[in-house]
Structures are given as C-alpha cells and as structure tokens.
Write a protein that binds this ligand. Sequence first.
Ligand code: FAD
Length: 501
Amino acid sequence: MPNRPIENIVIVGGGTAGWMTAAALSHMLSGQKYAIHLVESEEIGTVGVGEATVPHIRFFNQKLGFDEADFMAKTKATFKLGIEFCNWARAGDSYIHPFGAFGESIGGVAFHQHWARMQRASGGHPIEDYSLPVMAARACRFAYPAEDPDSLLSTYSYAFQFDAGLYAKYLRAYAEERGVKRHEGKIIDVALESESGFVQSVQMDNGTSLSADLFVDCSGFRGLLIEGALQSGYENWQHWLPCDRAVAVPCATAGPLTPYTRATAQDAGWIWRIPLQHRVGNGHVYCSNYISDDVAAATLVDQLESAPLAKLNQLRFVTGKRRKQWSKNVVAIGLSAGFLEPLESTSIHLIQLAIGRLLEFFPDQSWDPALASEYNRLMDLEYERVRDFLILHYHATERDDTPFWNYVRTMPIPDSLTHKINMFRERGVVVNYRDGMFLDASWIAVYLGQRVIPQNNDPLGEAIPEADLQAKFDRLRSDCHIAAQGLATHADFIRQIGAHA
Ligand code: FAD
C-alpha cells in the first residue's frame, strides 16, 4: 500500500522566501490534494532588502510561466549583466564579474590560460576587454543573448535587479490565484507532538491555530520553527565572513541606467548600489568590530548619488547556516536556513535551490529520514561552495590600510578554498564542482579581479605561436567593442520590450 501523502502545508512567513515557496508549491503541486496556508505578520514585516539576483531566477520565473516584460514592469526591474567590484584587491581597482565567459578556448586550452601567458610575455589588455557582457555593462547597453552559438551575443546570460517588496506582491497574487490561503497575524506559540517532537500546529495571536503535516519555515533570521521550536543549531561562519550589520536606504537615480550591481569596498566592509527603474537601492555592509553604526550610516549617506528617499533600514545578521535545514517535519527556506551576506546576490538563488530540492525529495507521511538527510547534505554543499566564493573576495586582497582588511587578508580560510586558490595561482586550474551555482567563468573573473594571477600556464597551449594568439585576441577585443556599441541603451531596451513601469 502506498504511504499516505502530505495534505496540509503551512508556510510560516511572507517575505521573498515565503511567497516564492508558496508560488512554486501551488504551481508544482496543482491538481493534487494539497492545502497550502501562509502566515505573515505586517507588524513584524520583512527584511526589506534583497534586490539583486543571479541568472537562475529567470528559470524560476519561466517555470511559473511569468511573462518577463510584465514581471519587470510590475517589479520595476532592470537587467543585470554582472557585478562591478571597486577597490577590492587594491584601492583604485575595478573589475566586473560578468554573467558570461571571457573568450573561448583556443586549441582546446581555456582562454584565460592563453591570456595569462600573453600577460607574462608582453602585458596587454585586461581580460574584461574580451567579454561582451563587461563591455556592454560599461557602456550601459543591453540585448537579449542570442541562441546561435556562433554569435558573440550567445556568450552571456543575465539576471534582474528588482524591488523585492513588489516581487513578493507579484508572487502573492500568483499563489493566491492558485489557492494558497494567506493568514495575517503573529504566531505566538508552536505546539510539538509529544512522542515524535514534530511540529503539530502554530498558534496565532488572533486565536487561530493552524495544524499541518509539513511546515516550511520562512520566518527570516528568527527561524521561528527550525530554531525556536526544534533547536536545529547554527554553524557560525563569522570568523570567515565577519560582516555582521548593514544599513540600507534608497535614493533617486542620477545618471544613466546601469545594467549591473556595484559593490565598492570600504574601510570595514562594502557598499552596494542596485539600480532599479524608479530608484537606486544602496546599502553598507560592515563589521561592527571595526566601525560604529553611526559612522557606517554616515559613510553610506555621504556616498549616495542623491538625497535619501526613506529612513535608514538597520539590519543585523550572523553569517552561517542552520546545522539542519530540514529537521523532522520542518524545512527552513530563506534567511531562516542561513545567511552568507549579500556580496554576490546569492540568497534568492539559495531560496530557489531549496524549493527545487524540497520538490525533488518531497516527503510523504512515512517521513523517510533518508530524504531529509540527502536534502541537508546537498544544501550544506551548496552553502559551503558559496561561502568559499565569498571569502575569496575578502581574502585575496593586497589591502593593508585598515584593521578590517588586515584581518580578512591574514585570517585562516577553509582548506577547500586554500586548495582552490593554490591550483589557480600555480597553473590557472579552476577547481569547481558540477551543478554548483558559480561556473568556472565566475571563479576566473574573481580570481583575476582580486589579482590572483596564474604563475604558470597550461603547457598544451604553448604550441600556439604568440603572434597567432595576439591576432585572435585583437579580433575578439574589437568584435566585443563593436558588438557592445551596436546595442540599445539599457533604458531604451527596457522601453522597447514594454517592460517599463
Ligand atoms: P524575511 O523577509 O525576514 O521574511 C520573514 C517573514 O516571516 C515576514 O513575512 C514576517 O512577517 C514573517 N514572520 C516572522 N516571524 C513571524 C511570526 N512570529 N508570526 C508571523 N509571521 C512571522 N538576497 C539576494 O538574493 N540579493 C540581494 O541583493 C540581497 N541583499 C541583501 C542585503 C542584506 C543586508 C540582507 C540582510 C539580505 C539580503 N539578501 C539578498 C537576502 C534577502 O533579503 C533574503 O534572502 C530574502 O529577502 C528572503 O528573506 P526571508 O523571506 O527569508 O525573510
């Protein structure tokens, strides 16, 4: 006899995580006997940040059947070709981590290997001159990638920058249309089954009690169920990612609409700039051991391109992850599962990944522990990979001008990252994993941008004469330049496709 299916699902929290989960489950489980409830509290509110994404979000939106222009108009979204990092390895440096490759392999050897060889031999142009998305980003231009693999326009991908509050609203309308029932109010108590320790019900301040088979904890940093009720434990990564606070504020856009996010390093952290159609989101992420809240806020306000449009939003966090993101009948998704700081805009992707994995390992009433255990193993792996990628930005620096940079430059790092950096520095080898969030091109962009330069190159590339390589390089650089200049401006492109708000 088949095991009894799950019938009732309660999602606790209505931030980006809660509504993404509600939208996805209502779509993917449609036609089956599931009742989905979502509880959120206007009084508590949401974290109110989280506007920059990575390209995977497009597949989430496509799966749900969103019309891209409509979604962009309703969330006041812009296109994102990558992230510009300013002042990270040295004050005055700037590089873009693009969503796309630098050149293509020549004679079966990766482009960056040839580039490093040419640099050693005769210097030359920065690697970003061989990337169309970087050239387009710097020129504030955009076009959809082409499908023809021979076209230079097929060498990149893109993501969005959007108003997170409007995205949650968009998802809410979608989920409610598909039967998700929303409950407004505060959860004040959580009841556990005495024998199993499973969550049985949540009690709201208006007297309503909601019971369910499966609970998805999207309650944000507080982790109401996963930690508050089930005490799953938290793996603290602050010794590697020491920023623990942020202050955020929007302002009006001054200047052209840039198709990229900017992260500018500061004395004890960094400042983000995320351009949306109607405003710019700004925030200062910092480490409270090295700078006070007042100075951090003043530093942010001083660097705004126009007057603030709202009150400053102060946030505190502890980088790390829940020891078990799925415990008993509770799956934590979003900030309740962990937070690795916003440097590479990874959180919304981790929400998407968690939803996908939950659907992949969807339980029934037998609660086979192997499902939770595999889910936790895979989520742990991804958090660790993202963690290493983020640490790289801080650790691979030459900056010694403040105590914060001295700390991150000299701190012990995970062995897994030491190995990756050594392999790249020694021979340009990218140690990466299949199905990881960041592809080789991302690692290459950040290694080189952070001045981790290969000391030797792949000997298989030596057979190609330098003059031939130089000719190919010159052609590619010129093609990228011409192609970028031929694109519409980012603002015009948004108007042309009817995605403007
Ligand atoms: P929240 O937004 O905090 O939502 C929690 C929900 O739970 C709310 O609806 C709240 O009302 C509800 N709730 C809590 N307790 C109760 C209760 N007792 N009763 C009823 N309801 C309750 N991610 C990115 O991908 N890109 C970025 O650029 C980015 N920038 C960030 C910058 C900062 C400084 C921070 C801190 C995060 C950033 N993130 C970013 C992460 C991103 O904001 C979150 O991953 C995303 O918003 C999801 O949050 P959440 O839904 O898990 O939590």
